[in-house]
Design a protein around this ligand. Sequence first.
Ligand SMILES: [Zn+2]
Length: 443
Amino acid sequence: MKFIFADSLDYVDPAFDFIADRSPADRQPYWDDAYPHEILGYAPYDGVLVSRGIIGDHRVKGKYTASQARRFHLVGARKFLRLDTPQFAKLDIFGDCGAFTYVEEERPPYTPAEMAEFYDECGFTHGCSVDHIIFDFNPALTGLAGGTDDAKNRFEITLENADGFRREALAMGASFTPMGVVQGWSPGSMAEAARRLVAMGYTYLAIGGMVPLKSPEIKLCLQAIRDAIPAATRLHILGFAKADDIDGFHGYDIASFDTTSPLIRAFKDAKQNYYLPGEGLALRYFTSIRVPQAIENPKLQRGVKKGSFRAEELVRLEALALNSLRAFDRGEADLDETLHNVLVYSAPLVEEKPYEDCKSSVALAKLAERYRITLTEQPWKQCACKICRDAAIDVIIFRGSNRNKRRGIHNLVVYHDHIEKLDLKRAVERTDHLSQRLCGAER
Ligand SMILES: [Zn+2]
């Protein structure tokens, strides 16, 4: 099972100064910053996925600047992502259309021929057909039952495009593996879409529209799809937001999935920001410690404007929290004092009140409980990855992109190891199973 990391320019500045809290003045982000595989010196994933929607163009507003988009087209995906060294030669580069960026449109803005040319010219190893997201979902429907007119229309557009896309790829002798995208409004309609894609000649399918679904719903879809297609057909899950539940998906023979969740969770989850390997095959999560920039945080600035806080006081509390955390990491401050200083600065953020006015608040008490676990266990000292060795306690501080994305990159390392362990488990089970059968035959 391959873990494909969905990139959206997730790089960090190797020269970032944690104490001064800034990058060198002459930093040029794309050129000076490092992708996860560069800062670590190895790739914590089996491949990278780039969405056309993230690159953007005159039709779709992407995340790349105009010159970055130009460079991507000019030098290709591998060189742009700096995966063009022998060390990374085996890494896959998946492409998709980024259907979420044009979900409001009546039809996708790209033609199958245009996308096939794009994947081929930019050197992708795998390219997804031009799909149109279906958002309605009913887990109980079988076959082609139900479905709004809009859903049925998108279903037909997706299949029509897939047919055209595969023909275009074959006609141009494309160097990438074409993948047919499954869209549907129910397990039954997805199974039917998969069946039709296989009939067109696809041997690798990518299942779309999974992002809002819960794990049991995704399993229903996978089961229905698996029942409708040959065992040899490979399956990819696009945008697998439930990536932490991956060990529950072994029975569906998933060849690959892409996700960005271990990285994103580092700064978008309320509690589970820092990963460590847990008991057995589980992951363990820690809450990162929020010390936002007093003069940049919108909530704190609102408090200043309303007259609830003085800016100088917030800056003082911020420095006290940061200095305490660093002293704690060096063994020069005790846990209670450090936690207290962090909470004093957290109060304006959590309750929008001075600490003295809300120190018994439930929200603050819950936060204190989670912070206490983080500070007691010091997980950043339990990880040997390069990020944690270099950044020390700064990896657990929730503050600005350079700390938050570093924590995300650490999570990718832990997550990738987690996936590899799971595959090992499956291999062991299979061998056991096989040896039992062999023993049975001997008898
Ligand atoms: Zn680490």
